[in-house]
Design a protein around this ligand. Structure first.
Ligand SMILES: Cc1cc2nc3c(=O)[nH]c(=O)nc-3n(C[C@H](O)[C@H](O)[C@H](O)COP(=O)(O)OP(=O)(O)OC[C@H]3O[C@@H](n4cnc5c(N)ncnc54)[C@H](O)[C@@H]3O)c2cc1C
Length: 567
């Protein structure tokens, strides 16, 4: 019988809430659902909220009865915030998180590189915001609990999965014993050690790195700004790397690499942790400042992905689909993009709007993203933890040179998480004018946000629908376009028309953005009225035209949405 922890986890700054377990005896009746999500980590929660935006119900099974232990992911990117805005929790993250945009690399006591993440006046969110993962999960859980389309079952652990062409059958264990549940689609969001991955006998591809890090969260009052600090080859930990991040609630994250061969258990002993954290504090000029340990863990970098995220009726997402090194803040940030890319397609399939092959596009886009990240992450991980003598020599040469040559510094700034551009996605329109544009987001790119006024941005106007941004100064959208829009809407396609460029509401549009100074048009490379962008429900661009006509609009929508042939 599954007995999840009933005691709240311990923390010196976060109060864990233990939720009642969902018990089968209290809910008699057949258990068949359209979608079940296994795992209510950040990615399962976002996937559930995204599905609900499309009107699709789901059951969310969570083995534990409280949110996850320790701070874990602490840096969320601008793109994550844009996704979290869609599911309704971005404002709570902004209220409680610490925004930042600078990173400092220090070698032999000297700052050798200062990274500045671009921050455009058009952006609503900072490039990065620090917040402990428990808080984010709490906000998402609150949103899920307020949503009548999502049933969150705490204390329900998936123990076995079998599937056939119609769906999957799950054996679920609870604190009062097991029950069986059937679903047409199972989303596996059960994290890095995904039991569902093992049950299906699936293997991850990629590399595991030898360097191990201690991750420690301490409460301490340090008079330092919220900026990332990276220390290379410090005296107290020769040859290794230390990272420091400020977190909300007076907490600092200290990550330090362990010398090769050191036993992880010994390294987690209080005396070892104390000596090293004291040494780090002394090195940055804050020796003797009192601190208290909240949470610590040992971590080693892995860069692995499943080669396919769709296995019959089981769809993998988040850490269950891939394991990415934390340097470059990729774990959760990548997973949010998975959840978003999956949910709209799954919703279309569940609603019968599109056939199952639409899901292959999810897999190809997100496996491509994971592989690109793994490639980049390999470089940063090799720099942080050189795997061979040769890599170490090269790394040390770069570090030494950086003391006198400023041009070297950027060589060891690793690329942080960024949204993938699905340039080769089958969802992109073959017959559009993508190649003719000189500016604006291209095929497969996420949209550029644009400030329209005080507390008003372009992305605030997008929702769960396909969005046609139609640039016009006329009083109405042309009839031929409106006919296509109405025809496809009548078939169930969620589609929103946003007219850009007119001071008055445009007939046939759901929303009109005046764009009085033409700024949006310039950013999107639009030269004349009649141009248009088509954004998918996950906001990525799938078509753009210098001059739109009804035939090309229809073809682009049918292709991107994978609409069933009879449409
Ligand atoms: C020690 C540590 C430190 C980290 N630090 C960082 C960091 O600094 N930055 C960063 O970006 N990322 C970090 N990560 C990674 C980040 O936490 C993950 O990328 C992120 O949590 C992935 O979310 P997920 O929802 O896919 O998986 P998870 O958050 O792991 O959630 C999976 C959920 O599934 C549940 N579950 C598991 N099995 C079952 C089952 N059989 N049935 C039902 N439910 C099940 C689990 O209880 C859990 O709630 C860290 C991870 C760890 C472990």
């Amino acid at each position: 019988m599954h007995q999840p922890h009933a005691e709240p986890r311990r923390s010196i700054y976060y109060r864990y809430q233990v939720f009642d377990a969902w018990l089968p005896s209290m809910h008699p009746g057949p258990q068949r659902h359209a979608v079940v999500i296994a795992g209510a980590g950040p990615i399962g929660l976002v996937a559930a909220l995204e599905l609900a935006r499309h009107g699709v119900k789901c059951v969310l099974l969570e083995s534990e009865r409280q949110v996850s232990e320790g701070s874990r992911a602490i840096v969320f990117t601008r793109r994550s915030m844009e996704i979290l805005q869609q599911v309704g929790v971005a404002h709570r993250v902004t209220q409680n998180g610490l925004p930042w945009r600078f990173g400092n690399s220090v070698y032999r006591g000297q700052r050798v590189f200062r990274m500045e993440a671009p921050h455009d006046p058009d952006d609503r969110f900072f490039p990065m915001i620090n917040l402990q993962q428990q808080y984010l999960e709490e906000y998402l859980v609150d949103a899920v609990r307020a949503n009548p389309l999502i049933e969150l079952r705490w204390g329900n652990r998936v123990n076995a999965v079998t599937q056939d062409g119609q769906g999957a059958t799950l054996d679920v264990d609870t604190p009062e014993g097991p029950y069986t549940l059937q679903t047409n689609w199972l989303v596996a969001a059960d994290g890095a050690r995904s039991g569902i991955r093992s049950m299906l006998d699936l293997k991850l591809e990629g590399a595991s790195y030898e360097g191990r890090f201690i991750i420690a969260d301490i409460r301490i009052d340090l008079p330092l700004p919220t900026e990332r600090l990276a220390f290379f080859d410090p005296d107290w930990n020769p040859g290794n790397t230390i990272l420091m991040h400020r977190e909300p609630h007076g907490i600092w994250r200290v990550d330090y690499q362990l010398p090769p061969g050191e036993d992880a258990e010994a390294a987690l002993k209080p005396e070892s942790l104390k000596a090293r954290i004291d040494a780090q504090l002394a090195m940055i000029g804050h020796a003797g400042v009192p601190w208290a340990m909240d949470w610590c863990s040992v971590y080693s970098a892995r860069a692995l992905t499943l080669p396919d995220y769709v296995h019959g009726r089981v769809l993998f997402t988040g850490d269950a689909a891939h394991l990415l090194p934390i340097f470059g803040v990729r774990g959760a940030n990548t997973g949010f993009q998975d959840a978003q890319a999956l949910a709209w397609r799954l919703a279309f399939v569940v609603k019968g709007l599109a056939a199952a092959p639409l899901l292959a596009g999810y897999s190809s886009e997100r496996v491509g993203a994971a592989r690109e990240i793994i490639d980049e992450a390999g470089k940063s991980t090799r720099f942080m933890t050189p795997p061979t003598r040769g890599f170490r020599l090269l790394r040390d040469a770069v570090l030494s040179l950086s003391l006198s040559e400023p041009f070297v510094g950027p060589l060891y700034h690793w690329r942080t998480s960024r949204p993938h551009e699905y340039r080769d996605s089958p969802a992109n329109s073959a017959g559009d004018d993508n190649a003719l544009f000189q500016a604006g987001p291209g095929h497969g790119a996420p949209p550029q946000n644009v400030r329209l006024g005080a507390d008003d941005h372009l992305l605030d106007h997008l929702d769960h629908c396909f969005a046609l941004l139609y640039f016009t100064e006329d009083a109405a959208v042309p009839d031929a376009l409106t006919e296509v829009v109405n025809e496809l809407r009548a078939k169930g396609l969620p589609l929103r028309v946003i007219a850009v460029g007119s001071a008055q509401p445009v007939a046939g549009a759901d929303d009109t953005l005046a764009d009085a100074d033409g700024h949006l048009r310039v950013r999107y490379g639009v030269l004349a009225s009649g141009a248009a962008y088509l954004l998918r429900p996950d906001q990525h661009v799938c078509a753009r035209w210098m001059g739109l006509d009804a035939t090309r609009l229809r073809a682009a929508l049918v292709n991107a949405a994978g609409l069933n042939k009879e449409v």
